[in-house]
Design a protein around this ligand. Structure first.
Ligand SMILES: Nc1ncnc2c1ncn2[C@@H]1O[C@H](COP(=O)(O)OP(=O)(O)OP(=O)(O)O)[C@@H](O)[C@H]1O
Length: 359
């Protein structure tokens, strides 16, 4: 253990703070700063803290991945940023400061101006996000009409430009197409065109490639990367695919059972993971070129919301469980290089974990 560790204050800087390792240095104030985000399902006492005490920063022009198995709270965290939680859920605590405005306390009117404007959103299933009864051109143009007050003809011309920008051939004709007339990959390009229609600073992309086959996945990721570079976007990517993370992201937030268990740069995650859950996720990635090795699986499952252990939430599945200390609630601890962990054993230096080489 080369770096010293200290407990993270709710208000302190996390990933990207002073002394962060070089790959993760991002000067200036974060574009998005989430602190202590906590989401409840009220009315069900067992489901308090579906997501609890989540903190991270995303800097301008950077890409950050939220990773973890299904049910760890990634999508709820992403949706909570724009206060798009399912109606039954509530934000119990925390702040979400985007470009100087706390969205957790912003009026609904202000949020409507941000959604689809400075913050673009790309969801997993384009077919369920696009309106089947409107042309794709009209759906993109609508955002320009709402946010910039453009006339329909001007907005439709811009929609054609945007379709062309995201690689849709014959864009001028395609503005008149309905979503069902396009392939899944093309539909996702339309979603991305809508996401960038109003000059966003941030794109939140929730599993944008999961519903697509692998070759199309690679094209969509490349498109996102080009747009990020050309338009100076910050991207928050929700995914459970570590290959996508390694390829695309600068920083990573690992979630387990509603908690952030580790925050670091991509190199920090792959070469020096500091939570047993992160290292178990890395070990579970199939090794290309080594077909005979057995696939490592993490025994057990993510506990359902409301049945989280009182101590470390990963303890029942952890290969490094040390009993007593792990049965206590775990604090998020930050090392001098800005890397954080929610594991007492890594924090006190009694456990060092193996990383993996990136392909
Ligand atoms: N509408 C809802 N009502 C009740 N519980 C919900 C609802 N949506 C999500 N949950 C619960 O909240 C927890 C976190 O869900 P979330 O969708 O954020 O996980 P995730 O990490 O994004 O998983 P996935 O990768 O499968 O999307 C899960 O236990 C889930 O069952």
């Amino acid at each position: 253990m080369t770096a010293t560790a200290k407990t993270v204050d709710k208000g302190s800087e996390g990933s990207g703070g002073d002394g962060h390792n070089e790959n993760s240095v991002a000067p200036g104030d974060p574009l998005l700063s989430v602190r202590g985000l906590t989401i409840d399902l009220p009315g069900d006492p067992g489901q308090r803290g579906l997501v609890e005490d989540v903190s991270f920063d995303l800097h301008r022009k950077r890409s950050l991945a939220l990773i973890g198995e299904s049910g760890c709270g990634k999508s709820l965290t992403a949706m909570a940023i724009l206060r798009l939680l399912p109606p039954a859920m509530s934000l119990r605590a925390g702040s979400v400061v985007f470009d100087g405005v706390d969205l957790a306390r912003a009026s609904e009117r202000r949020l409507r101006r941000l959604r689809g404007g400075p913050v673009g959103i790309v969801f997993q299933e384009p077919m369920s996000s696009l309106n089947p009864t409107a042309t794709v051109g009209d759906q993109i143009a609508e955002a320009r009409q709402i946010h910039f007050g453009e006339r329909r003809a001007t907005a439709l011309a811009k929609a054609a430009e945007l379709l062309d920008r995201v690689g849709i051939p014959n864009a001028k004709q395609r503005v008149k197409a309905y979503p069902h007339e396009l392939s899944g990959g093309m539909q996702q390009r339309v979603m991305i065109a809508a996401g960038i229609a109003c000059n966003p600073k941030l794109i939140i992309a929730d599993e944008p490639t999961t519903a697509l086959d692998v070759t199309i996945q690679a094209e969509i990721l490349e498109l996102l990367r080009d747009l990020q570079r050309d338009l100076d976007l910050a991207v928050m990517l929700v995914t459970h695919d570590l290959g996508v993370v390694a390829d695309f992201c600068d920083d990573v937030v690992v979630m387990y059972a509603g908690h952030v268990v580790e925050r670091t740069s991509i190199d920090g995650l792959f070469y020096q993971p500091r939570h047993p859950y992160s290292s178990a996720l890395l070990a579970a990635v199939p090794q290309v070129g080594n077909p005979r090795t057995r696939l490592n699986v993490i025994p057990g499952r993510v506990p359902p919301a409301g049945r989280f252990p009182a101590g470390c939430r990963f303890q029942p599945r952890c290969a490094h469980d040390a009993g007593g200390p792990c049965a206590q609630p775990q604090k998020e601890t930050e090392f001098a290089d800005g890397h954080t962990t929610r594991c007492c054993r890594v924090a006190d230096g009694s456990l060092t974990l193996e990383g993996v080489a990136r392909a």
